[in-house]
Design a protein around this ligand. Structure first.
Ligand code: NAI
Ligand code: MHF
Length: 289
């Protein structure tokens, strides 16, 4: 199925993001969770990609499993970190052979301990170059790229970040999935800005059900996703882990309902392999099938 057709329905569709488990026991557990997630009728699932080393093979293992168990289209994340163009092409060929349908084309995070991305010699510097490479040599893939409602941390200002997003779309991206955010007002502002900038592809909000306050604070640093005062207060009043879980899930559920009421084409969920939070927040809501 073509990626854009996942968003043609008048109703909201959903997709799920997984990450490669570190062990084969973890993969078995993930497979069970994937079966449960499938009951919610997602249009596709994605799996993230670790920079350098073994977890890249694991990404394709996860996606082969998801595809054979669910028959759904699958998307592999791919970053430019630590890879030359021939290495990126090698991965794209492996993904093709594994039956991967779409690529989430990213530049990637700077390596741990560094706050700056450094281009690999013979590699790529920005995600728009990766989109170009895929369109030139692996044009059968649908392409998703990342957008930033709260502005990417390295961008000098919102307008420059938006111009850079447009480069990715003009290079051939089919869909924009946003960085996670907790205040829907940030998303609606971003959606309007994209519209004004002439970005016409579907803009799909990315939502993460945070399950504890400490995690939300770590993410605030990694993703630059601000925690609204009301959510922070609610977390601060919690007396145990169960209460924090409830607060996080309920917040993501309220975001979901509000996004649906405001006509988003789809919602992408950062599931992080733990289905409990996703299952709880989606229970009883109905999406396009
Ligand atoms: N699901 C995931 O795995 C996600 C990961 N990320 C991470 O977010 C980070 C950024 O990745 P992308 O958004 O793909 O990077 P990107 O290459 O689109 O943007 C990175 C920075 O460079 C700027 N920029 C982009 N193109 C440029 C150009 N041609 N000239 C000058 N400046 C340019 C952008 O404004 C931004 O500040 C990475 O750390 C990525 O791994 C973000 C969202 C989702
Ligand atoms: N800059 C950036 N890098 C990413 O890798 C990334 C994003 N943004 N945004 C979208 C998703 C969301 N990502 C996330 C979000 C949260 C956790 C997280 O909360 N991790 C847990 C541990 C998870 C586990 O091992 O079960 C934590 O408590 O920190 C991890 C990756 C990965 N993606």
């Amino acid at each position: 199925m073509k990626l854009t057709s996942a968003y043609q329905s008048a109703d909201c569709t959903i997709s799920f993001e997984l990450f490669p488990p570190k062990t084969t026991a973890g993969l078995d557990k993930l497979c069970q969770n994937v079966d449960r997630l499938t009951d919610f009728g997602p249009k596709f699932m994605t799996c993230t990609y670790g920079a350098g080393g073994s977890s890249q093979g694991m990404t394709l293992d996860v996606l082969r499993q998801v595809k054979s168990r669910t028959n759904l289209p699958v998307a592999s994340h791919l970053t430019c970190v630590g890879a030359t163009v021939p290495q990126l092409c090698d991965f794209l060929q492996q993904a093709t052979d594994a039956g991967v349908d779409y690529i989430v084309a990213l530049r990637g995070d700077p390596p741990q301990g560094s706050d700056r991305f450094v281009q690999t010699e013979g590699g790529l510097q920005y995600a728009n170059e990766l989109v170009e490479l895929i369109r030139e040599r692996f044009n059968h893939f649908g392409i998703l790229v990342a957008g930033y409602p709260e502005v990417h941390q390295e961008a000098p200002d919102a307008q420059t970040d938006l111009t850079n997003l447009k480069r990715k779309v003009d290079a051939g991206a089919d869909v924009v999935v946003t960085q996670l955010f907790y205040d829907n007002a940030d998303f609606y502002r971003f959606r309007d800005d994209c519209d004004r900038a002439g970005i016409t592809v579907p803009i799909v909000p990315g939502i993460l059900p945070v399950t504890n306050f400490a995690q939300a604070k770590r993410i605030a640093t990694m993703c630059k996703s601000a925690i609204p005062a009301s959510l922070e207060d609610a977390f601060a009043k919690c007396q145990n882990a169960d209460q924090e879980f409830e607060i996080g899930v309920e917040h993501a559920r309220r975001q979901t309902i509000d996004l649906m009421e405001n006509g988003v084409p789809g919602i992408h969920y950062y599931v992080l392999n733990k289905t409990e939070a996703a299952e709880r927040l989606l229970q009883g809501l109905s999406f396009a099938v």
